[in-house]
Design a binder for this molecule. Structure first.
Ligand code: GLY
Ligand code: MN
Length: 346
């Protein structure tokens, strides 16, 4: 079934005769339109994309099967008035957009996670783009461990990773690159700065890129010179949790159970020092559904692309995170992050 028919199946079930789609990633997913402004009106018989002058021609090229309307002359209130019950993206609309919808639509019904859930199962074209993005990130890792030396700053290493990805086929970065050395690594989302990489440090590198609109995401943690026993123990605990979770992962396994396994292994050694979830779906956005978390009490399905990224964060000492990006297949998974995971000392 195509994407729009899946959406119409849900909106029909909600008793809606129309959906207004405003979320950028959802607009792209459903229509192919990549512009920064515009929305979709979708009903059984109509596919409209409404955008401003800057994007009218682009929408005509990208949004196959959609009628393009220039927002300058489009009377939304008059148009939407023929529908009795309009589905809207209650999880992502701004209050301003909500007021606009509420003022113009006879009745509004929340779509909740509908489109995110449809997006959580990727087709082969989407997986192809994610594989390309992951392959560039893998190559960037090998490049950067050759490049990185004691005495460089986090920022130098981050910019090198980014330059490598952007000059080897990436359209852009998936998110702000994280490079954190020594005690800075205890911040899970540290911002790379002028901190100098020293002998004995663990360096966390978390980065990814976008190809064809689709993200990759990976993390490796490496040691500099030699690392002490405490750092090695932290690394090995995270690696043990990551490998145990990978061992468990296959279709129908409950996402929350996988997270719990990682939590039990790490929290028993480092109470309170692993507070994030094991992983998140990846696609047009770097954080999508489903997640490996206590909240996602649902079975894994083939076609899901998701990270497996346990970590430990020891204030004043170090951080460790090891993150793979995997695709769930009919009988297990394919790991798109190929660099080795034993502790590498540079
Ligand atoms: N790689 C960053 C994150 O998953 O939050
Ligand atoms: Mn991640």
């Amino acid at each position: 079934m195509n994407r729009i028919n899946k959406l119409l199946g849900v909106t029909g079930g909600l008793g809606c005769d129309c959906a207004v789609i405003t979320d950028r990633a959802n607009v792209r997913y459903l229509s192919g339109f990549t512009g920064s402004s515009g929305y979709l009106i979708i009903s059984e018989n109509e596919r409209l994309i409404v955008t401003d002058f800057r994007y009218v021609e682009q929408a005509g090229i990208q949004a196959k099967g959609f009628e393009v309307k220039n927002s300058a002359g489009f009377k939304f209130g008059e148009y939407i008035n023929k529908f009795e019950n309009v589905a809207f993206e209650n999880d992502s609309v701004s209050y301003k957009t909500y007021l606009w919808l509420n003022e113009n639509c006879k009745k509004l019904s929340p779509l909740g996670n509908t489109i995110l859930n449809i997006r959580s199962i990727k087709d082969s074209e989407e997986i192809g783009y994610i594989k390309q993005a992951a392959a560039i990130a893998n190559d960037a890792y090998y490049h950067v461990i050759d490049f990185m030396k004691e005495g460089m700053t986090e920022r130098q290493v981050a910019r090198e990773l980014e330059f490598y990805m952007l000059s080897h086929g990436a359209d852009k970065l998936s998110f702000d690159t994280i490079v954190a050395t020594g005690d800075h690594g205890s911040l899970p989302h540290a911002v790379p700065g002028d901190k100098v990489i020293r002998k004995g440090d663990l360096v966390v590198m978390d980065y990814g890129c976008v190809v064809g609109g689709y993200c990759s995401d990976m993390t490796r943690t490496v040691g500099i010179g030699s690392v002490d026993e405490d750092s090695q123990k932290a690394y090995n605990t995270v690696l043990k949790a990551q490998l145990a979770c990978l061992e468990m992962i296959k279709p129908e396994v409950n996402c929350a159970d996988v997270h719990k396994l990682s939590f039990d292994i790490i929290d028993s050694e480092y109470p309170g020092m692993y507070g994030h979830t094991l992983g998140h779906g990846v696609g047009l956005e770097v954080h999508e559904n489903p997640g490996f978390s206590f909240k996602h009490n649902l079975p894994l399905k083939p076609g899901t692309v998701i990270t497996v990224e346990p970590g430990v964060y020891i204030p004043g000492k170090c951080g460790v995170r090891i993150e793979d990006l995997i695709v769930i297949t009919d009988d297990g998974f394919e790991n798109l992050c190929t660099p080795p995971k034993e502790l590498i000392i540079i």
